[in-house]
Design a protein around this ligand. Sequence first.
Ligand SMILES: NC(=O)c1ccc[n+]([C@@H]2O[C@H](COP(=O)([O-])OP(=O)(O)OC[C@H]3O[C@@H](n4cnc5c(N)ncnc54)[C@H](OP(=O)(O)O)[C@@H]3O)[C@@H](O)[C@H]2O)c1
Length: 251
Amino acid sequence: MNILITGATSGIGKQLALDYLADGHHVVACGRTKAKLDALAKDARGSGRLSYCIFDVTDREQTLLALQEIAVNEGLQASGFDCVILSAGVCEYIDDAKNFEPALVDRVFAANFFGVVNSIAGVLPNLKPGSKLVVVDSMARMFQFTRAEAYGASKAAIHYFAGSLRTDLVKEGIQVITVSPGFVKTPMTDANDFEMPMRVTVEQASRAIQKGIAKGKPHIAFPRIFGGILAFLQRLPYRLQISLSKRMKQS
Ligand SMILES: NC(=O)c1ccc[n+]([C@@H]2O[C@H](COP(=O)([O-])OP(=O)(O)OC[C@H]3O[C@@H](n4cnc5c(N)ncnc54)[C@H](OP(=O)(O)O)[C@@H]3O)[C@@H](O)[C@H]2O)c1
């Protein structure tokens, strides 16, 4: 398969790239810096082929151009990508809700919402009937966690965008898959200063995503028990939700 992955230089995206390469696929790894893509190449094992595509998802012009060029350079304009996984994202928390910085919200949305929108616009011309478009959101969208105003909202927004796109791309034969992970051990969550219940390894996350994509599931969520708990919490009275959410505070 020809698989394009954004955020392939770290965490979930990097593990997916390594696993697909180990299985012999052609992976177009997208990242912001060549040095980090070189590090990915060093870690790669197996018979797969690795190509680089360098761009910052928050730069629309750069993203559209890079994604157009890579399809031409790899001769994929006719056949298209079999699978595109959009994993690039950032997390920033709001520490002082009363005096929050709107620019923080801009930064988070620039990567997690508009960055994904830019990437989708860039790859759509090279998605054909049978192609899969995979958008990584987060279980954070399912519950109003403390300090997660920007992050949770950006993930809820992109989940909705992708869900709506799923309906509209059916006639094109393109399947849109949303992925909502719970906590996964990556550099992103290593920066967190609170307890992360049921955190899984990046290898487990990669396996769950690969399995879901192979089965053609429209939505992939893991760990399932954590998702079930969040769905239950959302049905509780708001007073209770607030007190539970507050427990997830900085240590
Ligand atoms: N880890 C979790 O618990 C968890 C849970 C739910 C959802 N998610 C989501 O899963 C995705 C991957 O997260 P992760 O934990 O693997 O995080 P990570 O280890 O921090 O990796 C994030 C990746 O996104 C890339 N990226 C960030 N901003 C970018 C930009 N402007 N342009 C291009 N690439 C950019 C990073 O590139 P650089 O290497 O250049 O920085 C890196 O490759 C994110 O969308 C995240 O929100 C993670």
